[in-house]
Design a protein around this ligand. Structure first.
Ligand code: GTP
Ligand code: MG
Length: 462
């Protein structure tokens, strides 16, 4: 990232492009307050001298010739009690792009530098106001699309993951410091932990790390959305169900088999969860090249779905082809939906009930709405695991998981070394690596490249 200097003052429009009620421009750095004073006049025309931290003032932004640009509210936050832990000024102007750009250009002409993406949050991290996991949570919170993903991001921002990592680190550090002291001062007859006490402590850390790593599957689903895939023969009602769950007419529905040929993915919030619903081309043995291409695409989704809704037409019964589809879902989480229950002549589904537990079979009608709320309930129950309540600390990012796995592997190595009665130096070395991996997770150790990768996902002005 070019021109990243922590000693200069940065400025950016913090609200999204387009027209809005208000638009906010943010300034941060040592010159933030002097620059703001130069461009702001109180409504009385007086300059703003000695504005206190955490105060808001009404007035006008004027250019270098004294020409008014906009009437604004201006807020002052003096270091370190601000978002970046630097002096920060926020100008709430009218929310039009032209006026906001004019004010921004004025600030740049007064010596501010245009901020890079995520640079305000990067400064908050570099100044120690938040750690790296919290900085990432800022982005997750902005991008959250459901109650649960918002909840997880907010808890991470408030430090629940950071405290958990700190606790793990402290436990390892106690063992590490003890071994270091013992090795550094061999003549002082310090008492070393017994092998079993050491193993017990490391085993305990191992277990906690494993539990945290195991939460990733759930955490990732909450952050990125669960992939729920609708599969079934042609004409069983997949697209009709997609439309019903989305509450809009998204996919074409017709009585012609093979209507849907491409995969359609749309997102929707279901009971507080972000769900990526996928309608697929119906399974068919057709030789038509377009049908075949559609089937290929459907098959790709069979690998990655978190949950599969297997649709069977209740007015036609469960046919051999239906069971073929179920076979291709072996090992996956499947819910069977018997569709079109509004039609007469519903067929017996004895074999279907025999093949699946009763809790996972529902009868539905996209036409009358029967069973649709029940599907929503079953989807959310299948996606949200009971053991992860709203208070649980969840790992939501691959970067965090990788750091925890690295830490776990080092601890397992140290446990092995102890078991094989290797030298304590070796155990200490592994412990140091386990600790370093945890430090990387919260950003006590970092590279500029890593920060570039993390913060480039942010918008400018955050
Ligand atoms: N009576 C009744 N008809 C339905 C219901 N759901 C779907 N249908 C009808 O069944 C036919 C096929 O519906 P689609 O939703 O297009 O089925 P599909 O599984 O997407 O079919 P393909 O895209 O060809 O694989 C249409 O004529 C729908 O109107 C239902 O609940 N009740
Ligand atoms: Mg369809």
């Amino acid at each position: 990232m070019p021109n990243m200097d922590l000693d200069d003052t940065i400025a950016a429009i913090a609200t999204p492009p387009g027209e809005g009620g208000i638009g906010i421009i943010r300034l941060s750095g040592p010159e933030a307050i002097p620059i703001a004073r130069r461009v702001f006049r109180r409504s009385s025309g007086a300059k703003l001298n000695g504005a206190k931290s955490h105060t808001i003032h009404y007035g006008t932004i004027c250019d270098s010739h004294g020409e008014a640009i906009d009437q604004v509210l201006i807020s002052f936050f003096k270091a370190p009690k601000s978002y970046t832990a630097e002096d920060v000024v926020e100008i709430s102007a009218h929310g039009g792009m032209h006026v906001l750009k004019k004010i921004l250009n004025l600030l740049l002409a007064q010596g501010a530098r245009h901020a890079q993406a995520g640079e305000f949050t990067r400064r908050a991290f570099l100044k120690g106001r938040i750690d790296l996991a919290q900085a990432e949570a800022v982005l997750d919170l902005i991008k959250a699309k459901s109650d649960r993903s918002l909840d997880v991001a907010l808890q991470q921002l408030q430090g629940n993951l950071s405290s958990e990592i700190k606790r793990l680190k402290d436990e390892l550090l106690t063992v590490y410091a003890h071994l270091e002291a013992y090795l550094d001062f061999p003549d002082e007859h310090l008492e070393v932990y017994s092998n079993s006490k050491l193993s017990g402590k490391l085993e305990n850390s191992r277990k906690q790390l494993k539990n945290l790593i195991a939460s990733f599957e759930q955490g990732e689903i909450l952050r990125e959305g669960a992939l729920v895939v609708l599969v079934g023969r042609t004409n069983v009602g997949k697209s009709s169900l997609l439309n019903t769950l989305l509450c809009r007419d998204r996919a074409i529905v017709s009585e012609i088999p093979g209507t849907t040929r491409d995969v359609i993915e749309e997102s929707v919030e279901i009971n507080g969860l972000w769900i990526r619903l996928v309608d697929t081309a119906g399974f068919s043995a057709s030789d038509d090249p377009l049908d075949k291409a559609g089937m290929e695409r459907t098959k790709r989704y069979l690998e990655n779905g978190n949950l599969f809704l297997w649709l069977v037409d209740g007015s036609e019964g469960c046919l051999a082809e239906d069971f073929e589809i179920l076979k291709s879902l072996k090992g996956k989480k499947v819910i069977a939906l018997v569709t079109k229950t509004d039609l007469p002549n519903q067929k017996e589904m004895t074999e279907l009930h025999r093949a699946l537990p009763s809790k996972t079979v529902l009868s539905i009608s996209a036409k009358t709405g029967e069973g649709i709320d029940a599907i929503r309930k079953v989807i959310s129950e299948a996606v949200l695991k009971e053991e992860f309540g709203s208070e649980s600390v969840l790992i939501t990012r691959l970067r965090h998981k990788r750091a925890l796995v690295a830490s776990l592997e080092s601890i397992e190595k140290s446990i092995d070394s102890l078991r094989q009665r290797e030298s304590l130096e070796l155990v200490t070395l592994d412990l140091k690596q386990a600790l370093d991996a945890l430090r990387e997770l919260v950003g006590e150790i970092y590279s500029e490249d890593l920060l570039d990768v993390i913060f480039k996902e942010f918008c400018i002005g955050k």
